[in-house]
Design a protein around this ligand. Structure first.
Ligand code: ATP
Ligand code: MG
Ligand code: MG
Ligand code: MG
Length: 481
């Protein structure tokens, strides 16, 4: 018993041996050649039907999408593009596929749009494009675990149900076990009385494991989390999901420079890892990307092919630029002066929108950029205040075609400064007593960042919409599957 991948890898080594392989029919040509795929690789194995040995009644039932178990002999292939094929001696149909019903599905062999695939997300695992993306996604995840484990990080899990809002962005899904059909208990002021709820307080799905991760790093040194993250993003963009997977390393004794070095090194490692381990899938996706570019209007085309873009990222140091320098570049840009930005840059202090980030990366530098030292007002409370009293040690890593892929910072380790910030941001100090404790007992400089897995998968696969790189996307009004 072999998977298709194993068969093709062994190739001629298996010549004249009898093997069993199972999979789904991708195509059935001339009543003689069946291409089957089992999801282990982008490639199919060709089954050649031997009419004398096989029952005609069975052959009639074979159609695209049916599942088969095939026993046969491996022979060298006469056709181009494949080393071996199997002369079938026995074919068992595990599951037929009704040809009439098949018509309206994406299993019907022809080019389907990505939108169409999304509507049948449960079936798209059988398509070349989506299965290739899933295997690359798997490789990236594995590479991430490998990188951190090889570099002395401890993988920890932070709670999915939390009592804190680390980002303060108000994009939370609440968690309750109140019976919402019944009248909710109220306090004297008329607010919902969460003291009677399951946890005795208001709780939410996590928007980031950072605060808990910091606390863990203040004892374990270097940790990372890799878990589901939930944000009630109220906009429908190609870069935001309501449920995504975030990698959050947190390191004691790291300053912002060390944080940037780590992030850049990790990104390069995992991209290389996926390229090495998913060569066939990447070749398929690269061809797909390059073909797609030729169909776009000239000014929207990527200047580089997918492989060139990945090579470029792997072989060049990311540009490091302060927020202040970035604002100067943006303000002077023709784009800004001709009022081509939807949000014109007004001056120092404005938050950058993705159009600005993409201008810097795609038009100005044409390379990944790490922006650092942002105005304190536009960043979260926990970031380390710089000596200028205006900026914080934040960093965002911006990628071509993506925009922000990583957001991170050195954290504020000084209790007095932290308390000032907590007050300024209107956060209840008592709620963060556990977080503040680490600053009371042996505080140290420390840093960390958050990487959105799906943004990384988007970049590596060259896809344009984040819904196409996660098995079951969660977006506004979409929780079908
Ligand atoms: P953006 O500016 O794109 O909304 P953010 O600044 O709100 O991102 P952070 O809080 O910095 O995001 O989170 C860290 C990383 O998590 C981001 O750099 C990005 O890669 C990823 N990320 C954030 N929000 C989402 C989302 N809704 N869907 C997918 N990935 C996300
Ligand atoms: Mg956001
Ligand atoms: Mg951002
Ligand atoms: Mg961010």
């Amino acid at each position: 018993n072999f998977t298709v991948k194993e068969l093709l890898e062994k190739g001629k080594e298996l010549n004249l041996q009898e093997v069993t392989v199972q999979g789904w029919v991708r195509s059935f040509r001339s009543n003689r050649f069946i291409a089957i795929n089992d999801g282990s690789t982008i490639k199919n194995i060709q089954i050649v039907v031997d009419f004398e040995k096989l029952d005609a009644k069975i052959l009639k039932k074979i159609s695209t999408a049916a599942s088969l178990k095939v026993k046969g002999e491996v022979v060298e292939s006469q056709g181009a593009g494949q080393e071996i094929e199997i002369i079938a001696k026995e074919i068992e149909i595990l599951g037929e596929a009704n040809p009439d019903e098949l018509q309206s599905t994406i299993l019907q062999p022809k080019q389907h749009s990505l939108e169409k695939l999304r509507e049948q997300a449960h079936l798209r695992f059988r398509t070349n494009t989506f299965s290739a993306i899933m295997r690359v996604r798997n490789s990236l995840m594995f590479g991430i675990h490998k990188y951190f484990n090889e570099n002395g990080f401890v993988y920890i899990n932070t709670p999915i149900i939390t009592g804190s809002d680390a980002e303060g962005a108000g994009e939370m899904f609440s968690v309750t076990n109140f019976d919402l059909e019944k009248e909710l208990p109220r306090t004297e002021e008329g607010k919902v009385d969460f003291s009677q709820d399951f946890f005795g307080k208001q709780t939410n799905l996590t928007v980031s494991g950072q605060l808990e991760g910091e606390v863990a790093a203040m004892g374990l040194g270097k940790i990372y989390t890799f878990g589901p993250t939930f944000r009630a993003e109220n906009s429908n963009t190609a870069r935001h999901l309501a449920e995504f997977w975030m990698i959050e390393p947190e390191m004691a004794f790291y300053n912002l420079d060390m944080n940037m070095d780590l992030a850049e090194d990790m990104l390069k490692y995992v991209i290389r890892y996926a390229l090495d381990n998913c060569a066939d899938d990447m070749q398929f996706l690269a061809e797909r990307f390059d073909k797609e570019q030729t169909q776009k209007p000239q000014n929207e085309r990527s200047e580089l092919s997918l492989m060139e873009r990945l090579d470029y990222v792997l072989n060049n140091k990311f540009v490091r630029l302060s927020y202040t320098e970035a604002i100067e570049i943006l303000q002077k840009s023709k784009q800004n002066q001709k009022k081509k930005f939807q949000y014109p840059i007004e001056g120092w202090g404005t938050d950058l929108q993705s159009e600005h980030e993409r201008y810097l990366v795609e038009k100005h530098f044409k390379t990944p950029v790490i922006l650092f030292d942002y105005p304190a007002e536009i960043k979260a409370f926990y970031m380390r205040m710089n000596e200028d009293g205006k900026t914080v040690r934040a960093m965002d890593i911006l990628f071509p075609g993506i925009g922000e892929i990583i957001g991170g910072s050195q954290r504020e380790e000084r209790l007095d400064v932290l308390d000032e910030k907590i007050e300024k941001f209107g956060i209840e100090k008592e709620e963060l007593w556990w977080y503040r404790d680490t600053r009371k007992f042996g505080t140290v400089p420390h840093s960390g960042f958050g990487l959105g897995l799906e943004r990384l998968v988007l970049f590596v696969t060259g896809m344009g919409n984040i819904r196409d790189v996660i098995p079951f996307p969660r977006t506004p009004k979409n929780a079908e599957f």
